[in-house]
Design a protein around this ligand. Sequence first.
Ligand code: ZN
Length: 254
Amino acid sequence: MLFVALNAILGAAMGSFLNVVAERSVSGQRWWGAERSRCNACGKVLSAWELVPIASFLLQKGRCRGCDAFLGWRYLFVELIGAIFGGFSSWRFGVSWAWITALLSGYGLLLSSLTDIYGGYVYDSFVVAMGFLGIAFRVINGLDAAVDGLFGAALGGGVMGAIIVASRGKMGYGDATLSAGLGALLGWKMAALALYFGFLTGGGVALVLLALKKVGRKDPLPFVPFLAMGGVLALIFGPQLIVKLGYFPGWPWG
Ligand SMILES: [Zn+2]
């Protein structure tokens, strides 16, 4: 229980950090090194206390202590997502390769969703890091695991690549690279489930938005957040579902 709570706190800090990485990537700033976080409105350097995730937002009602500007719900929202995901994965998988793979998948998807939402981009460097680490973990754990990751990358990149070609530019190239990186981490069966759940949630939301006339038939829909949702749903339900269907989920899931 302490382990889960600790990981929820680490997850909140991770959400806070990834938000900064995403904002700085989109605005072309460096996110590594000694650059301090500042208020976007008045430029005041935020104190260590103001960087405490969730608690500082709630206590200050999301406002800057310098200029009282509202900093935006996205900080609280992303920190909560990080906390729930960090706590959930540690509860679900314990200390294991599945846990490490799940964390890397979840935070990689969160980061790319944020850069996609803030700036419309998926950054290749983050996706390549996901794919590279995925294959590296798998190589350490045997040939079958490594081949499974390569099939996962090919499946994710291939399916999304084909859809991008067929959609004639309605979907971005970043959807394919992110699916490939995710596939390398998850392996091909979990990657197939992630895509399936992603299309299901994305399609469902698109139908609701179309029905409410919030979007037109020709408007592009950002797929990355749905792919992220699909990936998380696969992490939650995937391994048991694959077993129920009569298959072996493959390393590291079972
Ligand atoms: Zn301020």
